[in-house]
Structure formats: structure tokens, C-alpha cells
Design a binder for this molecule. Sequence first.
Ligand SMILES: CC/C=C/CC(=O)SCCNC(=O)CCNC(=O)[C@H](O)C(C)(C)COP(=O)(O)OP(=O)(O)OC[C@H]1O[C@@H](n2cnc3c(N)ncnc32)[C@H](O)[C@@H]1OP(=O)(O)O
Length: 719
Amino acid sequence: MAQFTRVSRSVGLITLQNPPVNALSAVARQGIVDAVKRALSDPKVKSVVICGQNGIFCGGADIKEFGTNITGPPLVPMIHAIEASNKPVVAAIEGSAFGGGLELALGCHYRVAHSKAKLGLTEVTLGLLPAAGGTQRLPRLIGVPAALNLITTGRHVTAAEALQLGIVDQVTDHNAVDEAVKFALSVAGKSLDARRISTYPCPCPSDVDALFEEVMQKVRQSARGAIAPIACVQAVRAAATLPYSQGMEREQELMATLFTSGQARALQYCFFAQRAVGRWSMPSGARWDTSKPRSIHKAAVIGLGTMGRGIAVALAQTGLSVVAVETQEKQFMEAKKMVSGMMERGAKRHGTAPPLDKITYSQNIQAVADVDLVIEAVFEDMALKEKVFQQLSTICKQGTFLCTNTSALDVDHLASQTRNPELVVGMHFFAPAHVMKLLEVVYGPRSSPQAVATAMQLGKKMGKVSVAVGNCRGFVGNRMLKPYLEQALFLLEEGATPELVDGALEEFGFALGVFKMSDLSGLDVGWKVRKGDGLVEPGLASGPSARIRQGRRYSPLGDLLCEQGRFGQKTGQGWYRYDKPGSRVPRYDPWLHSFLEEYRTQHGIVARRIDQQEVLERCLYALINEGFRILEDGIAAGPEDIDIIYVFGYSWPRHRGGPMFYASMVGLAKVLERLEHYHQAHPDVPYMQPCNLLRRLVASGSPPVHKWKEAIKKLRSQL
Ligand SMILES: CC/C=C/CC(=O)SCCNC(=O)CCNC(=O)[C@H](O)C(C)(C)COP(=O)(O)OP(=O)(O)OC[C@H]1O[C@@H](n2cnc3c(N)ncnc32)[C@H](O)[C@@H]1OP(=O)(O)O
């Protein structure tokens, strides 16, 4: 797990060997301890280099060990022993040095990095803090403000930035290990007094209290209830105000509270879930490792509305040739300008050249004849999409994959409009498509494994987190959203306010509550869908039928707002009032509150006091219950797929792990009991009836979330 060799006669080379990322598992730590002892006791060794095999220095502590009975030598004394060594130790950083990996490097006396290496104290993203001395050494090395920035965000820095900050001593384009060996030879025998970071004073700005207060406020605001960033600030404060040994004690204390927290478990679950969704499978048995994707060189986007523009930019940014088609003159001219602007802004941010020449524009759909893959992004109207798919099927060359960006419509029906339905899949992007990380890849019963594999691979190339899901109305994300939105409306009818509902959800950790989010997305979008579904009845009718559709409870509140032209931010009025159309700051709207009162009076509803707990239970458990139905129907392969969709596409707070993980933390029996309670209270809301799968999981002892897939398989086989 750590190999010791002697190179260039006097340099002890310690190579971490724990594939794939040289994580610091118990065995790896023991290997380092043994190798360091050997290097220090070998009189022929005058200096030491620590590197990682296969071009990666170290991916940090072994996250798989967390939550288990951790054995082996602890990191802190191991790193102290390296720092205390009287022979110079040089870290040769290639690939990544993250978390404990960077802390190990900070314990070395010198650091040489390859120019392509990335470094970061990423622990906060896993609900932890850098507790192997990282919170105490980094501020001593680079100063408090810079260290706070890195530690509270966990952001990755390039080798160039690391050099500028003073984290590394040298950056090379050559082999970093060879350069580190040369470096080690050059410093052999030199005094190390000025190289032990733990002995440095911590450079602090004069008004340290004001700085920490300001940072703490900022962190609290952006953390949205996450505890690790706060603990990170507290630990760095200890570095700034206490001697090193006391700072280390504080670091350990703070880590102890984080280590066993639910938030750390949730964030670590997300880390593995994000990777697990790449290993997709379909009910047919097709899988990621047996389905070969086809290479895509040229792609097309049909329809240059908001979504199409973002998709075209995202495709061009991957280096693909893109044909962008828009048949309507006005939209065509506007889109060309907007797409160029989006690419220029993106390139400016990344310091690269905008890939303007990658896109060719056309008003004629015939221009897609020679592309390898098309993404249709026309208006969300089945008849229009049917026509586009019929055309594409005749225009495109043999074997072109035909993808739809529909957010809810039947992908299999669209496939049936083509000659080769096996080439059709959904690629459901989220707005803005060139920014949002999530992509739902939707397979119909006839989609070929190759079509799915190709869409998944293309998504990865575009930097998306792609999740393969089955075909149903709304797929996974929007299907689960429907009961969530509806419950929020029912709560308004019963006496809640948009402020109360949003406040509860934001306190839970959502960036925006449901009503603020609806105002941002535009209330007219859902209105059009509801009209298409025959749910909208004009006017403010009263009586029981006004709030019943198709035999179920229905709230026309959203429709009534739209009838008044209140579409949200874009019209300056929605669930809130805005200073002007397009403004973003929601303000309390007295009109809305009188409207709600009148509405209740008209329908004979006596407003009652609703508390935050009821808001959370009704909105979130309704959504979660639909998640269980999705698992039961086999639309998602496992809870990880649902959770990643919610974390990346619907801003579910990551430190809560996604809705299904959250349900497991609350306890499935409790979720079941509350759903039963609300279903009894609202029998006209069928989706509040607890799903059979949830009942059966509870009956089988509520297995932990990582065992659900297996449990579901077993339950299915018993049917
Ligand atoms: C006192 C103790 C304190 C400790 C603090 C810590 O060190 S916490 C850990 C901090 N480390 C990190 O945050 C790094 C996490 N890893 C990554 O960011 C990336 O994996 C990578 C190192 C940049 C490599 O990325 P790449 O895209 O090349 O590969 P994958 O991400 O797909 O990973 C490959 C497999 O390796 C598993 N893995 C990665 N890191 C760890 C780790 N630290 N511990 C355990 N396992 C790790 C990863 O899960 C992949 O395996 P799968 O089987 O596919 O899940």
C-alpha cells in the first residue's frame, strides 16, 4: 500500500499504492508509517519524496471507512512524524491532492506539483473539516482569508493558483516525481527549522474579530443549514487565536461533532450516489458495462427557445460541431445573438476562446441530414413534436439518434412516429441547460441500450450528472414535483401563506421555497400544461366542483393568478410582488393576501393555523411517497437515482442527502405513519395514500437506504 525504494542513491521514494485514488485507508496509512520509519532509519537516505502511483497523489481519507470501526494508525500523528523528521520530505503532487491527501502534503517540508494537478481541502463537501491539521496549517501557510475561502468551500485550486497562494513551492510541466527527486537532492542536509508549517505564526489581518464575524455571516447565509462550513470557520479561528497545539485540540473537538452527524452521512451518501448513477441499468437487463456507446461528432438542436439555446451552447462547449435549427425568423435572429453572447460570457469566465465556429445556424430542418444525434427542443406540444420526429425520421442519415428534451411527454409515443424507435431517447435538460448539471436520460420500452449509453456518455462529456430513468409522465423529477406543488397550494387554501410555506422549505435548506421558485420559473408554464390536461375551468366558480377535477381535490389558485396576468417575476406579480417585471426580489403582496381571504370565504373554508412541521410533512412526504411509487414501477433503478436528480436538478439541500435518503433518516415507519394520517384527513388526495413499497419496506424492518435496491428486487420476486 506504500512502497519504499531508494532512487538517485540518497532519496527515499515512498509511493502510495491504493488504487484507484490512493485513498488513505488503514492499510495505506500503516504502509506510510512503515515506509517513513524505514526512510528515516536508513543512513543512506538523505531526503525523502512522497508520491502516489498512477499519476494521482492522494484522494484523501478513505471515505468508505467512515461509519465503520476505523483501525490502523491515525493520520494526525503520522503527519506530525513526517513534519518532525530531520530529513527533508518533499511531496510530489500529480493528479489530485484532496482532503487528507493535501494535509499529508502540508506536513511535508516542500511541495512540487505538476501543472495539471488540482489541490483542495474538500472535507467540507463531505460534511467534515480538514482534521488532520489542515485547518491549523493552511492559515499559517497562506494567511487566514485565503485559507477560510478554501476550507469553507472545499474548492479545487489549480497548481498555478496553489503556487500563487504559496501552497506549493514549485510547479512543473515535466514528470513531477522526477522533479521532486531533484528538489529533494537539492535540499538534503539543509535546515528544516523554517519548513515546519505547524511552527509558523498565523498571519492575521489586524481586525481579526471583524473578519471572522463577516465570514461567519456569509457562510451561515450560503450554508442554508449545513453545519460543516460553520465548524470550518470556528476551526480556522482557533488557528488565528490559539497556539498550534490548542488549535489542534479545537480542530479535533469540532471534527468529533461533525464526524457522526447526519449531515456528514448525507453528504458522503451523495458522493457515492453521484458515482453510482453512472452504473445505470434498464429493466431489460441492459447495463452501463455491457452497452457500447457510439461516438458523436456532429449534433443538432431543433428549436432555439430558452432550452434549445442552452443545449446548443453546452454541446458546442464540448467541442462538437452543432447545427442549430430554428424555423421562425424572429426567434432565429434573436437566438443567434443570444447564443453567441452566452458562449462569449462563458469563455470569459473560463479564460478560453468562445467556440463560436462550432455552431452553424439554419432555418431549414433539412440541415440536420448528416448529424449523428439530434436533440429536439421545440415547444412542449405533442402534436408539434410528433411532426418534428416524423420529419427527422426521413431527413436524418441512417442510424442518427433522435432525442427529445421534453420535460414530461411520452418518449415512446414520439419513438412510434419514427422508422427506428430504438434510436429514440429523452434527454431532459434543466434550465439554463448550459449551467444546470442534471440530465435525465429517458429510455422508452423500445430504446436500444446503445442509444441510452450514447446519451449517457454525451451527457458526461457535457459535464452533466446523467441519470437514466424510465418513461412515464414527468419522468422522475417532474412526476415527484407535482404532489409537492399541489400540497403547497392546498396549504394556502387551508390557511397558510406563501411566506409561511416558503419559510419552512427554506429553513429546511431549499434555496427558494416553492412559491418563489414558481414565480421564477413562470406560473404560465404549469397553467398551459393544466389547460392541455383539461383541468382549467375559467372564472372563480364556487361550490364543491370548483375544487374537484377528475374525482380528486384540485386547487385552481394558480389558474386564477394566471387569469389575472400574474405569471411571476416576468410580469412583476405572482405569489409575490416585484418592483418591476423581471425584478428578482420577492416582496409581500397585500393583494395576494386579500385574494386568498376572499377565495377562502367564497369556498366556505375557515382558515386554520398551520405550522412549519405540517408544511414540511405534507410537501415533502407527498413527494417522497411518489418517489416510492417510482421505485415500485421500476422507473428509477434505485433511491440514488432519485436523490441525485433532486440534489442536482431541484436544489434539494445536499446535506439532507436527497428525498429518499431523507426518508430513511426520518425513519420509514414515521413517514408511513404521517402519510396515513394525512391521507385519512384528505381522502380526496389519492397520492397521499402510502405506497405499497413503503409499507412493505417498513414491514421488512426498514432496511437502510443502500439495501433498498436489493430489498425491492426481493419483494418483486415474491409477487
Ligand atoms: C481525519 C480524517 C479526515 C479526512 C478528511 C478527508 O480526507 S475526506 C476525503 C477527502 N477527499 C475528497 O474529497 C476526494 C474525493 N474524491 C474525488 O474528488 C475524486 O474521486 C477524485 C479523487 C478527484 C478522482 O476523480 P475521478 O473522476 O478520477 O474518479 P471517481 O471520482 O469516479 O473515483 C474513482 C473511484 O474512487 C472512489 N473514491 C474516490 N475518492 C475516494 C476516497 N477518498 N475514498 C474512497 N473512495 C474514493 C470513488 O468512489 C470511485 O469508486 P466507485 O466505486 O466508482 O464509487
